[in-house]
Design a protein around this ligand. Structure first.
Ligand SMILES: Nc1ncnc2c1ncn2[C@@H]1O[C@H](COP(=O)(O)OP(=O)(O)OP(=O)(O)O)[C@@H](O)[C@H]1O
Ligand SMILES: N[C@@H](CCO)C(=O)O
Length: 317
């Protein structure tokens, strides 16, 4: 399970006392998740999630706190950092940045249908609209196009002929289209909006979690990341009805631009490269350890399937 940093009750009680939320009733490490350590925490005054951030620089933490505050104030269903009675949001536990957040209700769904996808598309559009233009908080992702080019080039020699050719072609496309991608309309993006980062109660979307990959970036990239997970079938093909439901709900709130429509197939491929590489890296880094590792092959297969894209972006001339 992915509890990288175990905690004992006394240290947890000491950590939680300044929130003034009552006695610790229960706590439990969360097995799901592959990047951070998370615990469900029951206090007298409610249910919470404690996150110890295991990846990325500590100086980035104020960005995540500020972004979640902005989204929370925009009435979007996301967690946010609770403050201690002294007003402190960012704490430290066992040398790691630590946040206590409200626990959202609901659970992840494994099999998405068009109704789920439409709700995710709609909420993603709200997220982008709430953080466009002046409201956008700048943060460069540490897994952007430069990172893909560097890590991708590094990994070419680890791969057999077919995947190597596939990756090389995608890296060439990134080099060729980089400037156009960076010129697309931007906002704050979640950048990891997979099924395991959304909560549903029945068919109702109750919220999004895990903003630790969030950054400022092209909104279309966020759409491509989400669609690759929510709307792929078992063979890695895009499922037309689910994709149209997702894109239609999104575009009803934020219509896509002509430049976005042109770059859509490229962006779907770039989003595959991002997760193919991060999964290859995690598989090497955590080999043999009790850590959740997602299968890199899934994104190799999706990248192969995205050489042709038959679901265009809905775009009115
Ligand atoms: N605010 C929350 N409300 C309810 N459940 C939560 C919350 N935050 C985290 N969880 C639970 O903890 C699990 C792991 O959280 P999270 O996705 O943030 O971890 P991670 O290691 O960053 O995962 P990932 O592999 O997606 O990067 C989630 O799948 C969810 O079940
Ligand atoms: N959602 C990512 C893991 C966390 O970033 C993946 O499935 O590879």
């Amino acid at each position: 399970m992915s509890v990288f940093t175990p905690l004992a009750r006394p240290e947890l009680e000491t950590f939680l006392a300044p929130y003034g939320l009552g006695r610790l009733l229960d706590f439990q490490g969360i097995a799901a998740g592959s990047e951070n350590t998370n615990f469900f925490i029951s206090l007298e005054q409610g249910e919470f999630v404690l996150t110890l951030v295991e990846r990325g620089p500590v100086q980035e933490m104020p960005f995540f706190i500020d972004l979640l505050d902005v989204l929370h104030e925009a009435d979007l269903p996301v967690p946010y950092a609770l403050r201690t009675t002294d007003g402190v949001a960012l704490r430290e536990l066992k040398g790691k940045p630590a946040l206590l957040q409200p626990r959202l209700s609901g659970k992840h769904i494994k099999v998405a249908n068009a109704q789920h996808c439409a709700q995710v598309g709609e909420l993603q559009a709200h997220l982008h609209l709430a953080t466009q233009g002046e409201r956008m908080i700048k943060r460069k992702t540490d897994r952007g196009l430069d990172w893909m080019q560097e890590e991708g080039t590094e990994f070419l020699s680890h791969l057999s002929d077919e995947p190597r050719a596939l990756l090389q072609k995608a890296l060439d496309e990134i080099t060729e289209r980089k400037e156009k991608i960076l010129a697309l309309p931007r906002a704050n993006i979640h950048a990891d909006l997979f099924r395991d980062n959304a909560m549903f109660e029945g068919t109702h979307l109750t919220g999004l979690i895990d903003f630790y990959n969030a950054c400022s970036g092209p909104m279309l990239y966020d759409v491509a990341i989400a669609l690759n997970d929510w709307c792929s079938d078992d063979d890695g093909l895009i499922d037309g009805p689910r994709a149209r439901a997702f894109l239609g709900a999104y575009a009803a709130l934020r219509p896509f631009t002509a430049a976005e429509a042109e770059l859509w197939p490229t962006m779907l491929r770039v989003a595959c490269v991002r997760f193919w590489l991060s999964r290859l890296i995690a598989a090497e880094q955590f080999a043999g350890q009790d850590v959740l590792i997602h299968d890199p092959k899934e994104f190799e297969q999706r990248l192969a399937q995205r050489q042709q894209v038959h679901t265009p972006l809905p775009f009115a001339l």
